[in-house]
Design a protein around this ligand. Sequence first.
Ligand code: PMP
Length: 360
Amino acid sequence: MPYTKGIGNAGQVLEKVQKELLDYKGTGISVLCTSHRSKEFTQINDHAEATLRKLLDVPPNYSILFLQGGGVGQFAGIPLNLLNGSSEMDYAVTGYWSNNSAKEAGKYGQVNSVLPKLDSYTGIPDRGTWKLSPQAAYLYYCGNETICGVEFQDVPAGLPGVPLVCDMSSHFLTRPVDVSKYGLIMAAAQKNVGPAGVTVVIVRDDLLGRANPLCPSILDYTQQKKNKSILNTPCCFSLYVTDLVLEWILENGGVEEMERRCIEKSESLYGAIDGSRGFYSNPVDPGCRSRTNVPFRVGGAGGDEALEKAFLEGAAQKHMIQLKGHRSVGGVRASLYNAVTKEEVECLRSYMIEFQEAHQ
Ligand code: PMP
């Protein structure tokens, strides 16, 4: 979705960034030039942590880390920190990203695939069918599969004593989370929280201190905690913007309000899809349709590629860009992250109806 000056939630933060860019809070220098050891950056780091703690009501026995390396970096960081002698890990693979994460973890130990074999990533098998191992170092799942549009609507129950680990990259801070149910939560910032370059890790403190000796220091949660996430030069600018976004979420009603908006926005699009008499289709089981990523095909269930091309071209003419579905699934995908407004989603919905009337 585009940022048009004056509209779009991203604009509110970006305008602040623009205003402060040349002179950060009267220091006479840009935040881009500030040392990561400066008083100013230390304040940004502390403030981001405190705001996130407030937003998710993170219990005191959990550490918050702002790391680099993205979600994919954590696909390795998680097993390297949590295996702790055990060689088994349980992975619930419900889509592209959890599949990639399981493959990465397989470099470090035995990955148990806990779900029955899926023909397509369009649903979450009933909890009764999951094969969980009491020996597993942790149970991993992806809260929201960005590409397939499959989202867990509740927290899956694991086995007692086996920490639950979740990749929340694409729905982080779009809904309340009971952090105490998790051993570890990770989220790459670039969807809902800020620019790429920051990866949030929230880890229960009793899981620290057990990293594999071969774990690179920058991925080692214990070392990063000791160094307040500044073991090496961090992405200062990205964390600065992340801090502004966190503050924006707090000022705009917190995660409860973000959730309300996400429900409203996604229901509007699913309504257009379901009411289209098959012209648009979303294959995901309605019980786990994502509120942040709505993939759909145009021109019937299998998609008509020529119509989809025309749909995307027409959307671009109306300044609705980057709606192309991921290459692995094709079609169209509307990502409704916190920066996207209800008005922008309504523009897309109106365009969908208009396009359908012209082509069905
Ligand atoms: N997990 C999920 C759910 C994602 O959507 C993505 C990226 N789109 C990743 C992990 C990988 O994140 P990164 O590109 O920051 O490595």
